[in-house]
Design a protein around this ligand. Structure first.
Ligand code: DX5
Ligand code: ZN
Length: 230
């Protein structure tokens, strides 16, 4: 769990008319992943990126694609995203009908050679993740209601990170804990990393910064400094 915090800039805040330029900027800034927010206008109100763009991204960058599926029935479309080259695939547990569906999601992602991750909306009981902690590579803690970038961090989200982190110590010490929503260098990056987060998604925190390239390093540094050391 220790080591430098990873930064996964969300391209939802990128300039879509200049997306390749923005991806090069993330590479230059040392981003660890590219966070791709897939929204279907049903599971969440907004409609964003889909399979064709994931395919194109895969062609132009070697950065791992961290694909956050905010869609209903993720099992229906899962193979499309795996074939398109998603490296980490995160599904919302509340979009999967039952435990068997969650297990199927994890197995299919792994069999495709990608890394399975689970998340849930801020008002869903975090305990629903517990049975799967040992079996996933990452848990994503949503610190805003999914749907839009640029929202304010929901205070107290760090407590959910702390709960997952304590489970991970016992059940899956290599688990990555990612936080998504309202993460910025001045306060929230440190707040969540102090509770055990080690992957930070940042949309506006990177792309709305005066200097996005140095913002990536600054977010990483703020998070890494705050990490618990024992
Ligand atoms: C929200 C998305 C986030 C969002 C983050 O539904 O999952 O990834 O783009 O944007 P910021 O960092 O601006 O809150
Ligand atoms: Zn996201």
């Amino acid at each position: 769990m220790f080591g430098d915090v990873k930064v996964s800039p969300s391209i939802l805040s990128a300039d879509f008319m200049n997306l390749e330029r923005d991806i090069r900027m993330l590479e230059e800034g040392g981003a660890d992943f590219v966070h791709v927010d897939v929204m279907d206008g049903h599971f969440v109100p907004n409609l964003t990126i889909g399979v064709p763009l994931v395919k194109q991204l895969k062609k132009i960058t070697k950065l791992p694609l961290d694909v956050h599926l905010m869609i209903s029935n993720p099992l229906e479309q899962l193979s499309w995203y795996l074939d398109a080259g998603a490296d980490i695939v995160t599904a919302h547990i509340e979009a999967l009908d039952d435990e068997a569906c969650v297990r199927e999601f994890i197995d299919r992602v792994r069999k495709a050679g990608a890394r399975p991750a689970l998340t849930l909306k801020p008002d869903c009981d975090v305990e629903t993740l517990h049975p799967f902690i040992a079996d996933v590579d990452m848990v994503l803690v949503m610190s805003v209601f999914p749907g839009f970038s640029g929202q304010s961090y929901i205070e107290g989200s760090e407590d959910r990170v702390g709960i997952i982190s304590s489970w991970a110590r016992e059940l899956n010490p290599g688990l990555m804990i990612e936080v998504d929503g309202g993460i910025g260098v001045s306060r929230t990056a440190g707040l969540v990393c102090a509770q055990g987060a080690d992957v930070l998604v940042a949309g506006s925190g990177v792309f709305a910064a005066d200097d996005p390239i140095s913002a990536i390093a600054a977010i990483r540094e703020a998070g890494t400094k705050a990490q618990p050391r024992c």
